[in-house]
Design a protein around this ligand. Structure first.
Ligand SMILES: [Zn+2]
Length: 479
């Protein structure tokens, strides 16, 4: 008798995933995989459209008896994150990713990300299209590009020719979970002029203060974990009367909670500054004993020019303190879920201008707009400028969803009454763009158990892929 491991890649979804894995598909370089799927569809007389950034739309008529059912859209992204071990000499521009089975886990044999995110979603949709024995409604399948970088595919793909008012996104990573909403957001840049003294006050020496050792994390999904913002902690030191601030810089990306920040300051002596740093280190280590036990405040002599005036620094500190930063509101519909937040990810005082760069997120466009109004009010009071960039729309949770009901009923039937966990994310998904293009669209997101995304340890459970595919087929039968 053959073992499961020897024939796992004969499974419809696994076989297609293996074929996809041989084709490079870094975000922004999707032409080869897009062409391969186009040719695959044409060989099977499946209608296919390709746009000029290589998004694809495929269509298959309903199976016999389902002709009068409402159409359904299946969606997945064809790009992947390309990360590899330092020891791997894999070339993502041309080398195939070889798959291997390790227990129940499929992993890359090439020391690279596996690309199950979202190659498994793509393979599952293709397997559905390839099986003429499946009962299903009219199908529209949309494959997008650049999900991992800019959402450019989901943003640009033209679905005005699609008829479906219900959609299953195949990009989730836990077979027991049903995603039912995702947040929207916008990048914000807040700029305020600073005044500087004409010279270094007599008797002052220059130093660098470096605050380090925080854990950081994703500006949305980790914002509730109490990990602390390095910029906020540094500012508390700079407000101390023993210190005069010359410049501040901290954070590298508005989408990450800042782990480090530093300032150039003036103080009476190295002893004074060291004593000051030690006091704050003791306070912060107490506050963050769980989240940042290695928190440290380092000081060293440094070149320093004239400081920011006291009045201008007070205004800077007040603006920072009043700027929405961290959790704004928890979500009353989902226990423990953040509804809206803002993350000051970068601070700079270059060119005598305070610049704060943040990422606002909300489960509803109206709550994103509400935080933006707070920032606008602060800017009006302080004479600051505000600009917005990279905005994206939320997939708002819908109280009623027929598709959600079908999915949860089907899951319970297949799993001895077990209930799927319904989850909304405090992060953006491609689904938001589809919700915007097709107002009122009924949406869910599902997928098999997959772990360690975006890292060379990425792995997907083979048995979960099979259960996920049976689940998807059972939903199609009921649609
Ligand atoms: Zn994905």
């Amino acid at each position: 008798m053959e073992t499961q491991s020897s024939n796992i890649f004969d499974h419809d979804v696994m076989n297609l995933f293996q074929q996809i894995s041989r084709i490079p598909r870094d975000s922004g370089s999707e032409k080869a995989i897009s062409d391969w799927i186009r040719d695959w569809a044409q060989e099977r007389s499946i209608e296919v459209e390709q746009d000029d950034i290589w998004d694809l739309i495929l269509r298959k008529p309903a199976s016999a008896g389902y002709e009068d059912h409402a159409p359904l859209l299946l969606q997945a992204h064809i790009d992947m994150v390309c990360e590899k071990d330092s020891s791997s000499n894999h070339d993502f521009a041309k080398d195939p990713i070889e798959l291997k089975l390790d227990g129940d886990w499929i992993v890359s044999e090439s020391g690279t990300t596996l690309g199950a995110d979202d190659g498994i979603g793509v393979a599952a949709a293709l397997a559905v299209l390839d099986d003429d024995t499946l009962p299903h409604p009219p199908l529209e399948v949309v494959f997008t590009v650049q999900e991992e970088t800019t959402f450019a595919g989901a943003e640009t793909v033209d679905i005005s020719g699609c008829k479906a008012k219900r959609m299953i996104n195949l990009d989730h990573a836990d077979e027991r979970e049903l995603i039912v909403g995702s947040c929207g957001g916008t990048g914000v840049e807040f700029t305020m002029p600073l005044q500087r003294k004409s010279e270094v006050p007599a008797g002052k020496q220059g130093f660098r203060i470096h605050l380090t050792g925080l854990t950081g994390g994703h500006s949305g999904e980790d914002i509730h974990r109490g990990r602390g913002n390095a910029i906020s902690l540094l500012l508390r030191i700079l407000e101390d009367p023993r210190v005069q601030t010359v410049s501040i810089s901290g954070g590298t990306n508005r989408l990450a909670i800042p782990r480090e920040a530093e300032a150039i300051v003036l103080a009476d002596s190295e002893e004074t500054l060291r004593a000051c740093a030690a006091e704050y280190k003791a306070i912060f280590r107490k506050e963050y004993s769980g989240a940042a036990p290695d928190l440290d405040i380092l000081t060293e002599p440094a070149e320093a020019g004239a400081p920011i005036t006291e009045a201008s620094f007070d205004k800077l500190a007040a603006a920072y303190r009043l700027y929405p930063n961290g959790i704004v509101q928890m979500n009353g519909s989902f226990e423990g879920l953040v509804e809206s937040s803002d993350n000051i990810g970068i601070i700079s005082t270059e060119n005598d201008t305070l610049t704060l760069t943040s990422e606002v997120r909300g489960a509803y466009q109206s709550t994103v707009d509400d935080i933006v109004r707070s920032i606008e009010a602060l800017a009006a009071m302080t004479g600051a400028g505000v600009s917005y960039f990279n905005g994206y729309v939320p997939w708002e949770y819908a109280a009623d969803s027929r598709l959600r009901a079908i999915a949860t009923e089907t899951f319970a039937e297949m799993n001895e009454g077990a209930q799927m966990k319904q989850i909304a994310l405090h992060a953006g998904l491609e689904c938001g763009f589809f919700a915007e293009k097709q107002p009122g669209i009924d949406l869910i997101s599902i997928g098999p158990d997959c772990q360690f995304f975006h890292s060379p340890k990425e792995r997907v459970s083979a048995s979960s892929v099979m259960r996920f595919y049976e689940f998807l087929k059972a939903i199609l039968r009921k649609c």
